[in-house]
Design a protein around this ligand. Structure first.
Ligand code: ATP
Ligand code: MG
Length: 314
């Protein structure tokens, strides 16, 4: 369990992280989402004891990050924005080096390195120089060092950065497979990554939390008035006029041109079931034919943009 309360980190007088509060239940995965410069890396560096906070309180399994740094570090695996890897070492000697730093018992070392190499599909590469690896493989080595001492908590700063879609999906799968066993915070700009991988999301913008909720709730909460996609076979202009008069309809948009007598509309309603029924009745009453009446979901991307984009006068 991670608790972050009123965390502030200022550089000079400018707060990069401004009174950020959130918690991560044991065994869950939290996505820290935000545009460039939002304060994700800064937050993670404070959590991993790499950076001193200006004020606030952060605890990890009850251990205070500021006062019990050593206890905290033992429990955390950290993949920083720039993985701490050395180009002139091969993977296996690098991991042995990390194992020593992390004080892994000598008799467990070889076994654990083998396990981690297998988890990250690095077995065949273990003698390769890190400097000769592609970006994606270097990222895997970064993850390997984070996992090596089998920590309870993983803090992963953009774990899929630089990876191709197939590799990203494999890394996501690996992260998801640790749900329940490890408490994980990952940062990302990639919105689908949050809905694919995380249980909860904290969106930060300019150092402040603008939203914190479960991925599911957040999408729903911000959906507001429900939007429907409706396809009707009938005279387009008349259908549009009739729909506009239906109770509960807030706005209406014709999507594309009428083809083969079928028109498609995006209709925003008050979200009530009555509005949907009334639209259906309207089609029946006019003896048109209903092809489709589907609610349109709001993606996390819409939510993210809505929350982090300042309204500009148009
Ligand atoms: N050492 C530093 N000195 C001064 N300002 C800093 C320092 N490190 C970060 N900042 C500032 O703090 C703010 C937050 O930066 P941070 O790296 O945490 O953002 P981020 O959300 O990780 O962004 P990105 O998505 O680009 O990685 C930025 O405005 C950045 O310029
Ligand atoms: Mg960052």
């Amino acid at each position: 369990m991670i608790e972050v309360k009123d965390l502030v980190k200022s550089y000079g007088t400018i707060p990069a992280v401004d009174r950020v509060t959130f918690s991560v239940p044991k065994g869950s995965i939290l996505g820290l989402l935000g545009p460039n410069g939002a304060g994700k890396t800064t937050t993670m560096r404070v959590l991993t004891t790499s950076l001193a906070m200006t004020s606030g309180k952060v605890t990890l399994d009850g251990f205070d990050v500021a006062e019990q740094a050593h206890e905290v570090r033992k429990r955390i695996g950290y993949l920083p924005e720039v993985p701490p890897i050395y180009g002139d070492m091969n993977i296996i000697s690098y991991l042995k080096f990390v194992a020593d730093i992390k004080e892994i018992a000598p008799e467990k070392k070889t076994n654990r390195i083998g396990e981690v190499l297998e988890m990250l599909d690095l077995e065949n590469m273990s003698r390769r120089l890190i400097g000769h690896l592609s970006l994606g493989y270097r990222q895997r080595v970064g993850l390997a060092q984070a996992l090596l001492h089998d920590p309870d908590v993983l803090i992963l700063d953009e774990p899929t950065r630089g990876l191709d879609p197939k590799q990203s999906s494999e890394i996501r799968k690996l992260i998801k497979s640790m749900r329940g066993q490890k408490t994980i915070i990952l940062s990302t700009h990639i919105l689908p990554e949050v809905s694919l991988t995380c249980d909860n999301v904290v969106i930060i913008d300019q150092g402040k939390v603008v939203a914190a909720d479960s991925v599911e709730n957040l999408s729903q909460r911000l959906a507001g008035g429900k939007t429907l996609e409706i396809e009707v076979k009938g005279p387009g202009a008349e259908v549009e006029k009739a729909f506009g008069k239906v109770e509960g309809v807030a706005s209406l948009k014709l999507l594309g041109k009428e083809t083969r007598g079928i028109s498609k509309f995006e209709v925003t309603t008050d979200g009530s079931a009555e509005a949907r029924e009334a639209l259906f009745q309207c089609v029946v009453k006019n003896k048109w034919i209903l092809y489709q009446l589907n609610p349109l979901g709001v993606s996390l991307e819409d939510v993210f943009l809505k929350l982090t984009t300042k309204e500009t006068a148009s």
